[in-house]
Design a protein around this ligand. Sequence first.
Ligand code: ADP
Ligand code: MG
Length: 765
Amino acid sequence: EVKRDPKVQVARLKLPILGEEQRIMELVNENEFLIVAGETGSGKTTQIPQFLYEAGYTQHKMIAVTEPRRVATVAMAARVGYELGLTSKEVSYLMRFEGNVTKETKIKFMTDGVLLKEIQSDFLLSKYSVVIIDEAHERSVYTDILLGLLSRIVPLRRKRGNPLRLIIMSATLRIEDFTENTRLFKEPPPVIKIDSRQFPVTVHFNKHTYSDYLKEAYKKTVKIHTRLPEGGVLIFVTGQQEVKYLVRKLRTSFPYRKDVDYSKLITKKRPVSEADAALDSEPDDIESDDDEVEKEMKRAKKARRKAKLIAKSLPKINLDDYDMPDDDGQADLVDADDDSEGHLSDSDAEEDGLSAVIKSCRQPLWVLPLYSMLSSSKQSRVFAAPPPGARLCVVSTDVAETSLTIPAIKYVVDTGKKKMRVYDHVTGASAWRVVWTSQASAEQRAGRAGRVGAGHAYRLYSSAVFQHECVPHHPPDLCRRPVDDLVLTMRCMGIDKVVNFPFPTAPDRLQLKLAEKRLETLGILEKIEKVNSNKRRIQDDGEILKVTPLGKAVSAFPLLPRYGKMLALSHQFGLLPYTIALVSALTVQEVMSGKPDSWLATGNTLLLGDPGVLLRVVGAAEYAYVKGEEELFCAKYGLREKAIKEIRKLRKQLTSEINLSIAGVDVTVDPEMKPPDDNQARLLRQLVLSGLGDQVGRKIGLDEVKEGEDKRKFKYAYHCGELDEPVHLHGMSILRKTIPEWVVYQELYETGEDNKKMIMRNVTA
Ligand code: ADP
Ligand code: MG
């Protein structure tokens, strides 16, 4: 009884997946698990929920569709509702802080995190007849955990005579992670591959790889628009700020005016040969036939050098405060990554060397932004045709890689970059870094140009970079996260046996076990006797690890649990700002290049040891920074300026994340933070001990040194845990002055080849 708009019907019939409806539905009816693999744009997300709806799967229960990205959750719910002729009451979406689900909802799009939350209150997901895990190839942490849980929930539902179906949808990438993993699925689920019309895409590499990829993207787009035939352009950059910047710049160059009728203005561009289409990219031994452009470029180079000189003397604008990450699961965290700020000056507007070409081009470019935090009404504009006479150009983050298919794209401009969350292995603090995409991502991006006809993809980096810098695939997020943090997160979700969990790609088991042990030592998990209620499943040895109240508090902090614990316990006596500064400083290596200056070793600094030195350094450097004397200050005291800047960034990021994630907390970064008083210093020492209490050293007495050994070698030597060999105070440790009996340390490491020695870094008495 579905009544579809005739326009929708026409568009649907073009999708190859429609011819497979019967086969897909047979497989769904006969199997509990099904994998659907198909190229982006083949119709998986928009069509399969409709097939299920028409086959009656929503008569008694709902269909759940999970997306790793917020942007797709909203857009796809709207599209499926529209195609089915239903309202948002029936085809709805739900994500953190936002949604339009009603009692009548039949198809429910949601972020993967939301479904995980639902499992915590209804383990069997009894509201649903089918769960579709979409974009499984993205391998987000939540999607991976969902897959593990669902592999167990589905058989449980069968036993209760109330079957649930799981459909895994993915781009055609690494399906074997799901099919060849017998811990996940004992029998590999059937796989259905959806063929799609994909036209050939010619890939062009740049000869050189320039660090200013935004400028390159701009130049390439100008060339495409002024020299190549009709067809939409899709540009991949890394984040919202970059999208906005490029949109602004391109709109200024090729403005669209409402009062002009461009339909008669379309400039006749010459038909293109392969050489033309190469647009100065590799392979490009052919003389450019566009001398004008080349000359302009040379003139521009001069202007650019001049602009750079000017730029150097201008104050830097800090973009931290309003730069949001594009990662949807983390959408409410502030992105402190300001690596891109260098691109965002407009001083180079003139230098692109293309001003003559731009001026002579009268065709407007219809430039639209696309990123996850964009309002849904603005997002949907990318699906509409541009006004007559204008060329479509979408500037997007990686959401356009597989999540959303933009119609009528013929040219892809790929910076080769994306933003990735990178974790510090010692503290677990994370930051958004711009990194090279994987080769697989580059292929996906290029593929976007071949949906409507033969297309071109311009990679703004060399083929050598592609081969040597781009990894084939990035490892799944779950495997990049520090394990302690993963174990705690999963335990907070109520998953008892983290070590035995059927991960699609499992982290190292030994590491998981060690993490559990550490968390127990720190009082974040505790063993409880086995209980025979249905609610708790029993662990083999009759004990299960439960998250303590402290552990619950700790899990709210975006750090490894041991540092989270320090923060959780410092919510008193005004200690939080100190702990934040301290943890930030502990995350950065080699802050000082020489022995600490004497002013650093006075007062209660010695009580806190090396972290105390760091704390004073951070406080004083921040003060110097606001006075504009940071550079001088760093030089005077032998501090690494880059490290100081890094600490500042982390401190800000941590401060805002903590304000966001913990109710009732409102901390600020105070540039005039006084050094801690004696009482605070004593408490801070206890905090350091509370977090590092499993990393203890005891001084080796000189009477313990064996006969014949050189006693001098043991001056700074300690016993440490189960290690046989002695460990030593770091050469720059302030505690060499006092050599205390008992110490805790942040990290142990081994020194170079010839004179192997175990060294303790950042030591507190
Ligand atoms: P897949 O999930 O396999 O990548 P989709 O189901 O997302 O494919 O897309 C199928 C087709 O529907 C694509 O051609 C896409 O451009 C089109 N489409 C999706 N959403 C919209 C929309 N809001 N407006 C117009 N076309 C859309
Ligand atoms: Mg899809």
